[in-house]
Design a protein around this ligand. Structure first.
Ligand code: NAG
Length: 261
């Protein structure tokens, strides 16, 4: 059964990497990468318009479309636009689309606002995948109505952690302490220029406590690097890395960003 908290489709391909206990890993990333590259790129459309930004126009597009989500609340702990590193073709997440509720300490982000590269990245940038061309991923994320809730401290310092839960198909989010088959943490580093998202598998017979993440091995990690500061300045070091990751490919965008094309 798929509920909002049973599984993350982003990590489903990773399950193939695990052998029973999760302690033994078989690296089949090169295989996933090679087969993903064989898939033809696909560019979704909206109203007859290709949802694609040519590689050479990505910078201008980021400047035009970045931080336009309307929820640029000064007090929100998560601000700015961040690129994904080690998360397959996923491009950037714009926290101006997060709705921050300070009374619950929750920021909700509709993942249907996230971009992707048209093809697949090299494994050094894509981590363990998924190695699916981004043009397939974006409409899929929109279709499953993938949303993430970040429970964060109101004033985040380096080393502070947000707890993440997710929702699919409009299901309600799990409560803060509720954990499904995965436990997710996102930790802040480098004055907020970097976040590290770690995940742990939680077998059904285990109820994780506060120290679960300390006593169990991580399942997967990926990183978010600041691409555009909340004041609109592009982080050049990370932008270069982003373009290197794209390796000449175009950017595929969700429908909600079509108006910025
Ligand atoms: C935007 O913020 C960054 C980080 O605080 C800072 O380095 C940069 O100078 C700021 N840019 C402007 C135009 O204020």
């Amino acid at each position: 059964m798929i509920t909002g908290r049973c599984c993350s489709f982003f990590v489903v391909p990773l399950l193939a990497l695990l052998v029973s206990t999760g302690l033994v890993k078989v690296d089949i990333t090169p295989l996933f990468y090679a087969s993903g590259k064989l898939l033809p790129d696909y560019v979704p459309e909206a109203d007859g318009k290709a949802l694609r930004v040519p590689n050479g126009e990505i910078r201008e597009f980021l400047q035009r479309a970045g931080l336009k989500g309307g929820a640029a609340e000064q007090s929100a702990p998560l601000k700015g636009v961040y690129m994904f590193d080690q998360m397959g073709p996923v491009g950037w997440i714009d926290f101006s689309y997060a709705t921050w509720d300070s009374s619950t300490g929750a920021a909700d982000v509709n993942m249907g606002t996230v971009t992707a590269q048209a093809g697949v990245p090299r494994p050094e940038f894509g981590g363990i995948g998924p190695f699916v061309p981004g043009g397939y991923l974006i409409p899929f994320v929109e279709w499953v109505q993938y949303k993430v809730r970040f429970y964060c401290p109101a004033r985040m310092q380096d080393g502070d952690v947000c707890n993440l839960v997710e929702s699919l198909f409009g299901h309600p989010y799990p409560k803060k302490g509720e954990v499904g088959s995965m436990l997710w943490h996102m930790t802040r580093f480098d004055g907020g220029r970097k976040y590290v998202r770690d995940s742990w598998l939680v077998p059904p017979w285990v109820t994780p406590d506060e120290s679960y993440h300390k006593t169990h091995g991580k399942f997967h990690s990926y990183r978010l690097f600041l691409l555009m500061h909340a004041n609109g300045t592009i982080d050049e070091e990370h932008f270069s890395r982003f373009m290197e990751k794209l390796d000449g490919q175009d950017l595929v965008i969700p429908k909600i960003l079509a108006k910025f094309l």
